[in-house]
Design a protein around this ligand. Structure first.
Ligand code: HEM
Length: 500
């Protein structure tokens, strides 16, 4: 009694069926009306999967080859699985190409269990300590912002404004925050060594999901072929290894255990302590593991945050009335002779509501990271066998008509009460829900708030004259990114001299 779904074909399952014109639309006709010409195959995966749920229900199954995949749709079902049944649905599947690259170490792709728990607990606590102690992240984010603002002002020159692509600047700033946390240093815009590391990581991911290297998932021996995407993926892996191992070695040789500079130092201190207190072989903390943790922080923490900020700037360019209201709030609470800081957040509810509404509309990790059932279980009347891949459609949660009025409309006011104060909504879950909830949620919220409020204080954004907005469905890759766009920026003439 597994969940219903389209009938799989032998060997390939449902893979490829959806590319056949009419395969799905025939099945949708009853529900969507026969004049509905929408072609599901042209929709992004998260929208397409939500469309399928209209036919098969909120819990349905698909097969890729003979791998059973269960897709969860809507808030109730997603919460029920990831939160109420977290003991069963918190594992990660063993995807060969990912396993080869990560050895299932680190946090993101690590199997659910004691090692994942120890590592996550340590990293989570370390990130939290950055919010408080001398390694405080707020000045670090503000320093990055100062660079972004200076570059934007430079682009404007003496003119009243300029048209820019904000992506490289924002991406550099966000990557530098992760770099400061991990390596204790930021890199100059255009730094070749750092750019190479970021490019290698992006290329490695691209190869894993969007190149012939995905065939490694079916034929793992392809990984050893010396040419094409297969040779390249191994080269990328080697280059990243050399880069990170060198940085870890430099940290080890200059480590002062009483005075850790960054996450690498803190981890090395933990490795030493654990090795002293635990029997040999009992601890999961090792320099080898640290290597994968750093990779995870960059992979999970850069694209997600960068794309969220890019989405917010795009929405502000398209909704000038909302942008003006955010600016008016910042002007009245913060003024113009200092920059917004985290302590202002509680006094800027409309600004926060706007960030939340863009996150609701866009969901940069729309299908979360695949989960896996760690044992056979019965869930809402269906049997879910051990090893089933679980896809929680977070995008569908944010468009769930039972939880949101007019879910397709952009409306920051939905997060405000009658007094203009923030209302927390349980079905707002851009960072996921349950035990695999995003580990960087607090850091990401800090970055989104500081970057958005500071940029709104300093500049106005609008679409360049005569250009239509980019397609608002975005580009589905590892994260949901806005389609490339340029914006016209105008400095607002505020030159804050103080940070607090
Ligand atoms: C996992 C969203 C930023 C670290 C996730 C998941 C989502 C998410 C949806 C998957 C949850 C699941 O599988 O159920 C976001 C968004 C971000 C963001 C929207 C920015 C706006 C960050 C940052 C970091 C980070 C800045 C770290 C510095 C992680 C890690 C995981 C994760 C380590 C894996 C957790 C685990 O498997 O236990 N994130 N994230 N994320 N995120 Fe984030």
């Amino acid at each position: 009694n597994i969940p219903p779904g389209p009938k799989p074909w032998p060997f390939i399952g449902n893979f490829g069926q959806f590319l056949i014109p009419g395969f799905i639309s025939k099945r949708f006709r009853g529900r969507r009306g026969k004049h509905d010409q929408t072609k599901p195959v042209s929709l992004s995966p998260q929208v397409f999967l939500m469309e399928l749920s209209k036919y098969y229900g909120n819990i349905y199954s698909l097969f890729i080859g003979n791998q059973l995949i269960v897709v969860l749709t809507g808030y109730e079902v997603v919460r029920d699985a990831l939160s109420n049944r977290a003991d069963v649905f918190s594992d990660r599947p063993d995807v060969p190409v990912v396993t080869i690259m990560t050895k299932r170490k680190g946090i993101v792709f690590a199997p659910y269990g004691a090692v994942w728990r120890q590592q996550r607990k340590f990293c989570h606590a370390t990130l939290r300590s950055f919010g408080l102690g001398k390694l405080s992240l707020e000045p670090c984010i503000l320093e990055e912002l100062a660079v972004v603002k200076a570059e934007l002002l430079r682009a404007c020159g003496e003119a009243a404004g300029a048209t820019v692509d904000p992506a490289p600047l924002i991406s550099n700033a966000v990557s530098n925050v992760i770099s400061s946390i991990s390596f204790g240093q930021r890199f100059q815009q255009g730094d070749r060594e750092f750019r190479t590391l970021l490019d290698l990581m992006a290329r490695g991911l691209e190869l894993c999901v969007n190149s012939p290297a995905v065939l490694i998932n079916v034929f793992p021996w392809l990984y050893y072929l010396p040419f094409g995407a297969f040779g390249e993926i191994r080269q990328v892996e080697r280059d990243i290894t050399v880069f990170l191992k060198e940085i870890i070695a430099r940290h080890r040789s200059s480590l002062d255990p009483g005075n850790p500079r960054d996450l690498i130092d803190m981890y090395l201190v933990e490795v030493a302590q654990q090795q002293q207190s635990a029997e040999a072989g009992e601890t999961s903390f090792s320099e080898d593991y640290l290597f994968y943790i750093i990779g995870d922080l960059f992979i999970a923490g850069t694209d997600t945050t960068t794309n969220s900020i890019l989405w917010i700037l795009l929405y502000m360019s398209i909704y000038p009335d909302i942008q003006e209201k955010v600016q008016a709030e910042i002007d009245s609470v913060v003024g113009s002779d200092r920059v917004p800081s985290l302590t202002d957040k509680a006094s800027l509810p409309f600004t926060e509501a706007t960030i939340m509404e863009v996150q609701r509309m866009t969901v940069v990790v729309p299908l979360a990271i695949p989960h896996m059932a760690s044992e056979t279980t019965v869930f809402r009347g269906y049997t879910i066998p051990k090893g089933t891949v679980i896809i929680p459609n977070l995008w569908s949660v944010h468009r769930d008509p039972t939880m949101w009025d007019n879910p397709d409309d952009f409306n920051p006011y939905r997060f405000l009460d009658q007094n203009g104060q923030i209302v927390r909504k349980e079905s707002f879950i851009p960072f996921g829900i349950g035990r695999r909830l995003c580990m960087g949620e607090q850091l990401a919220k800090m970055e989104l708030f500081l970057m958005f409020s500071n940029l709104m204080q300093a500049f106005s954004f609008r679409l360049p004259d005569g250009l239509p907005p980019p397609a608002m469905g975005g580009r589905f890759g590892l994260t949901l990114a806005p389609c490339p766009y340029t914006v016209h920026i105008t400095p607002r003439g505020h030159r804050p001299s103080r940070t607090t």
